[in-house]
Design a protein around this ligand. Structure first.
Ligand SMILES: *[C@@H]1O[C@H](CO)[C@@H](O)[C@H](O)[C@H]1NC(C)=O
Ligand SMILES: *[C@@H]1O[C@H](CO)[C@@H](O)[C@H](O)[C@H]1NC(C)=O
Length: 575
């Protein structure tokens, strides 16, 4: 009798939306501050449609991290014994109980969600602001970024039914802000004047680097061979976003002029998601996309390159990063190296969301892919130069399970070929703790730093960048003209290309790829880098961090030396 009574009461409550029948709710995520530069405009219109996503609690995320570290740490018995797609998915798939619990909650509320990640850990559905406010005790407001006008619909807190808290990792988009610089390559490529050769004559600098940075200069600086790759299954993926189209005619002209020793017909294979396209109209060519394709195909000689372009039809409120990661994870054989020259400030992203995306990079690493990103172009001020008092880490560079690439420039005045680029972002995450593989390198730096910048950054956070490569005065072909560009956007594809060529040499000897790089970089490979010890990365009205001997938060461990890095990789692989 009693049971029936409850049953009737709850039916009644559901029908009328009576709060008496409502599940108890628990605050799941909240934020106390609005990121710098955003102002609240008022409540979001109740009818606005939101593309909500729910990340379900994964069955064994720690198991994934453990497996990733085993396959990525030289000397471990499982080094380079990468996991299959199915093995990785088994760690991150939710339990049946979790799926059922969340699905039935949505069903009770008239919502049918679809699965939007290969492992089934993300659900997606459309609803209105008013319904979302009701479902999650949220208060969605419109926020406008003063400088760019970019709007975000954000709630400062949301709740989930208490009995579902253990089954829901996060609901998104809720407390995260859109990247306000969404219409620019996030690791920007400031366009400088047309090629204007500088006077860089110095014994310290390779002849090929005296006017502009070209593939020949990169080859000379880092000892990168021109010998073609031979293993066709060893591939390199370049991320494309925000309608940045990679132009094939620009690539052909670039190769004709600057890699005359290889076929000018060498090109990339296009893959698209979220309605991505790659129109070839000259006027639509994008600087970032041209740069990223020219400095992969132009450096990683004969490594098959995929240009993986996310269209504007992404609803992940993360500029497509989440969709892109899930797209690549859905492939049976994702590229062994992935480079992305976009990013945003970490303070716009919720900790749970940051962790979730970082988990996707762990999955890629566990399967044998090296995930590289530009560190950002605003020095210690973050992904772009902004007003700031405290230093801003960039995202996803704060994620320990990817490799962040900072920038240098060729400069004769220091007596060595390279010095730090002042725009090179670096610093310390407020979300991710410092991983053990970098703790010795980072504490040595912090000791040297003393009290400089004290209170402006988080000493216990994951420190970045990990490595650096040249990123200023870089010559590309854009809309059939020579252009000079600068940014960590140049550095990530260059470093990624070097990793790809090393993977090719390993594969030719029957070995697996390097996969998640950091334990190798901070360990066996640390001594192979050319240490950059001059310059700093100003921002937030400070001089930023100074580069020092050893790791530093401007240029990481330094710039690569191909022969030494290859030898370290071969030794680690047991060759
Ligand atoms: C470039 O520098 C060299 C050595 O410092 C000097 O001899 C030469 O005159 C300079 N050239 C120009 C064009 O400034
Ligand atoms: C500093 O970083 C740690 C992670 O290492 C984080 O838990 C903590 O909240 C951060 N502190 C601030 C003030 O953000």
């Amino acid at each position: 009798m009693v049971a029936t009574g409850f049953f009737l009461a709850s039916l009644f409550a559901t029908a009328l939306g009576n709060p008496l029948g409502r599940r108890a709710m628990t605050v799941h995520e909240s934020r106390s501050e609005v990121p710098d530069g955003f102002a609240q405009q008022g409540p979001a219109s109740p009818d606005t449609v939101l593309n909500l996503r729910i990340a379900l609690t994964q069955s064994n995320p720690q198991g994934l991290t453990d497996a990733l570290m085993e396959v990525s740490t030289p000397g471990n018995a499982l080094y380079q014994q990468f996991l299959s797609k199915e093995e990785v998915e088994a760690f991150v798939a939710p339990t049946q109980e979790t799926s059922d619990a969340v699905t039935s909650f949505l069903k009770e509320n008239g919502i049918t969600a679809s699965t939007i990640s290969p492992a089934g850990d993300w659900l997606g559905f459309q609803t209105t602001v008013s319904k979302a406010n009701e479902l999650f005790d949220a208060d969605f407001q419109v926020f406008k970024h003063q400088e760019t006008g970019s709007e975000s619909i954000v709630t400062m807190a949301y709740s989930v039914p208490s009995d579902l808290a253990q089954h829901i990792d996060l609901v998104h988009p809720t407390i995260s802000f859109n990247n306000p610089f969404g219409r620019l390559p996030l690791a920007s490529v400031p366009l400088k004047s047309r090629a204007q050769p500088g006077n860089l004559s110095s014994d310290a600098i390779p002849e090929s680097c005296t006017s502009t940075v070209t593939p020949a200069c990169v080859q000379d600086l880092y000892g990168v061979p021109t010998t073609p790759a031979t293993v066709k299954t060893n591939t390199l993926g370049v991320a494309g976003y925000i309608e940045q189209f990679a132009n094939e005619a620009d690539l052909t002209t670039f190769l004709t002029n600057l890699r005359p020793d290889i076929s000018p017909a060498t090109t990339f294979t296009l893959q698209t998601l979220d309605g991505g396209t790659n129109t070839q109209t000259e006027a639509d060519a994008g600087i970032e996309a041209d740069l990223d394709t020219q400095y992969t195909i132009g450096i990683a000689t004969d490594v098959p390159v995929f240009f993986i372009s996310a269209g504007e039809d992404n609803h992940d409120n993360l500029g497509g990063f989440l969709d892109w990661a899930n797209f690549v994870l859905g492939q049976t054989s994702p590229p062994q190296v992935l480079t992305t020259s976009y990013g945003q400030n970490e303070d716009t992203v919720s900790a749970k969301l940051a962790n979730s995306l970082c988990n996707a990079y762990q999955q890629l690493g566990a399967r044998g892919s090296s995930v590289l990103f530009s560190s950002g172009d605003g020095g210690v001020g973050g992904s772009q130069s902004t007003r700031c008092t405290n230093f801003l880490a960039t995202f996803p560079s704060g994620c320990p399970f990817m490799t962040s690439v900072g920038a240098t420039l060729v400069d004769a005045t220091t007596g060595s070929p390279e010095t730090s680029a002042s725009f090179s972002s670096g610093g310390f995450s407020n979300i991710f703790a410092q991983p053990s593989f970098q703790s010795a390198a980072v504490s040595a730096y912090l000791t040297k730093l003393g009290n400089t910048n004290a209170g402006k950054f988080n000493r216990s956070g994951r420190a970045f960048p990990d490595v650096a490569a040249v990123g200023e005065n870089v010559e590309i072909v854009f809309q059939q003209e020579g252009e000079l560009v600068a940014g960590t956007s140049c550095s990530s594809p260059i470093f990624a290309s070097i990793v790809s060529l090393i993977n090719d040499r390993l594969a030719a000897q029957g070995k697996g790829p390097l996969g998640f790089l950091n334990p190798f970089l901070y360990g066996a490979a640390a001594s192979t880098f050319t240490d950059i010890t001059t310059g700093d990365n100003p921002g937030c009205n400070t001089n930023g961090f100074p580069a020092e001997a050893g790791w530093d938060p401007v240029t990481g461990l330094g710039t690569p030396n191909f022969a030494a890095l290859l030898q370290a990789a071969e030794t680690a692989a047991g060759l």
